[in-house]
Design a protein around this ligand. Sequence first.
Ligand SMILES: Cc1ncc(COP(=O)(O)O)c(C=O)c1O
Length: 335
Amino acid sequence: MTQTIPKTATDPAGFRTPSLFYGAAREGMRDLLAQPQVWRGERRDILLPAFIGWSANEGSGVFDPVTELGLDPGFYDLTEDLAVDLPALKARLDERRYDVVVVIHYFGRTERAIGRIRELTDRHGALLLEDLAHAWFTHALGGPAGRTGEVALYSLHKMLPMPDARGGMVTYRDPARITGQRETEPAFSRHLLDHDAVGIARRRQENFRALTALLRALPERGRAFELMWPELHDDDAPQTLPVRILGAGRENRDHVYAAMNRDGFGMVSLYHTLIEHLRDRPTMADLARHIINFPVHQDVTPKDYPALVGSFRRALGSLPEQAQAGGSLHLTAPR
Ligand SMILES: Cc1ncc(COP(=O)(O)O)c(C=O)c1O
């Protein structure tokens, strides 16, 4: 007699989310978007968020496959703290052109409207592609990031010490969407299992929270810089800690970047230069000129904080655009 409940799970389809491994996330994204089954008609329209960067060394990550495959991109607006502007997204979807919608969980912070976005993409019959290039550890903490869209994209080399700084993964919620895709680096899968993802997520949270508290207490806050994300949600594991350096142009930010990297601190600016399509969007172009990201990864420990904050303060003390006596740098601090 067959058992009503067997002693162990036997349903091969239960909670199955097959993953394909590549040299980089963009390679996996390209493999997905090259599948004819993704597109409903002749046109190949893809909708992306309006904060996507480009650099001579690294290209443009998520945008490279769009260019390489000759897709037709559209963009939806984000708020100044990089959350999806839902009315803007809805307006774009109402154009009824898009077969694929990309949502980026920037710097590992879960896009909190992801459930609502899924309802909208379902209503329009569009495929929701979650970009978790910065968010593998956020996914590991069990929240909605990477569990809401149809397909999820991960950049392993951004989160783990991968061989030759390579590694990307694409995970499918519906195995039937794997049509002609071919993974190129199946052996990379073990690097995920060989690291304590939740342990790393907790370390990143601890670093983010402790550094945020130190930065919040600095007298330069509000005059020379602003925190972008003062709070961290319990199910978010940050990739980096973004702040805005104040100043009319990009000079102050570029100065902090150069000075701190000279001191040996791996600051980055994601993204310091936007792809051409986005340069005329004032809010996003402004963010690109002012953003800088502190490292909070798993190699950073509490003993590193004083030197990191000290280097930041030294850099702020020698900004090219100095604050007026007693006043703030007039500027573009968000409300
Ligand atoms: C948001 C985002 N998505 C995707 C990518 C692509 O990642 P990879 O370098 O693994 O191709 C990047 C990085 O360039 C990124 O920042």
